[in-house]
Design a protein. Sequence first.
Length: 330
Amino acid sequence: MKTITFFNNKGGVGKTSLVYHLAYMYADLGVSVVAADLDPQANLSSMFLDEDRLEALWPDGDHPRTIFGAMQPLLDGIGDIAQPHVEPIDDNLGLLVGDLGLSLSESELSSQWPKSMDREPRAFRVLSAFWRLLESAAAAREAGLVLIDVGPNLGAVNRAALIAAEHVVIPLAPDLYSLQGLRNLGPRLRDWRGEWRERRDRNPVVGLSIPAGAMAPAGYVVMQHAVRLDRPVRAYERWMERIPRVYREAVLGEPVSPDGPTVATDPHCLATLKHYRSLMPLAQEARKPMFALKPADGAIGGHAQAVQDTFRDFRALAVAIAGRCGLHLP
Ligand SMILES: Nc1ncnc2c1ncn2[C@@H]1O[C@H](COP(=O)(O)OP(=O)(O)OP(=O)(O)O)[C@@H](O)[C@H]1O
Ligand SMILES: [Mg+2]
C-alpha cells in the first residue's frame, strides 16, 4: 500500500480538488484506490457524495461508517479501532468517509504524542489509528494506493495523518501566503519525521502495525486558480520565481544557489495546473471529475475542448506523481 498525503497549511490552494480528481484518474488508469477524508471539514466527502447519502452516513448520534466512527471505541477507551466502512464510489475507487466530529480527536491525538515517549501502549494505539484504518480499508478494497486529504493546519490530527504518509505532495499558489505557508510547513514536516522516528522504537505493543513516518516530499503542484486575479502579472512572476528556492530550503532542508532552476525546469515541480474556471462548478454540479464531463452535463462548445485539456493535465500529473512515488501503473 502506498499512502500519499496532499498537504499545505495554507487553505484553499486546491488539496481536496486534487485528491478528488487524482483518485478518479488513478482508478481510470487501473489502480485500485482508496480516497481518505482526514479533514474535519469533510469537503472531500461532500464532493463524492450527495446530500442524501451524507445524511445517511451522518445520522444524529453515532457515525459508525465514518473515519471518526471507526476510531470512536478507541477514543472512548472501550476498545480498539473498528473495521472501517469503505464507501464504494466506482469499480476501482472507495472512500473513507470524513466526519465533522473528527475535530474531537484533536485533543486526544495531541495528549498522546508526549506519552508515546514514555512507551505508553495507548499512545501508540491512538497515534497509529489513522494508519491502521487506512491499512484495513486498503486491504478490504485490495487497493494499492491511498490518497489522503487533510485540513489546512499544523495540528495534532494532521500530524497523525502525516506520519501515516509515505509521500507528501504540496499544492501551492504563487503568492505571499503560500510561500509563507511553505516556510512553516517544511520545518514542521521535518520535525514530525524526526520526532516520530524517536518514538517508533519505543512502541511496546507486540503485533501493532505502526507507520514508518517517511513523509517523503514528492514535489509541489502550482495551482493557478488560487492566484488573486486583481494583482499585476509582475507580482505573479516574482512569486513563481521564488517557489523552487523556498521549496528546496524549507521543505527539503537543502542549501540553495542563486542560479537555481525555475518552476518550468525544477524537477520538484510536478505540474502547473490551470484555472479551469467554469468547468469546476459544472463538475461539482454533475458530481463528476472535470475530465468526465459530457455535453449532457453542460460541457458544450469551448467547454468540450477544456474537458480534454483537464484529462491531459490530470493524466500527466498522475503519471508524474506515480514516478516520484514509485507507484506502478498497470
Ligand atoms: N484547477 C482549478 N480550477 C478552478 N477552480 C479550482 C481548481 N482547483 C480548485 N478550485 C476551486 O478552488 C476552491 C478551493 O479548492 P479546494 O477546496 O480543493 O482547496 P483546499 O486546499 O482543499 O481548501 P481547504 O484548505 O479549505 O481544505 C474550490 O472552490 C475549488 O472548486
Ligand atoms: Mg480541502
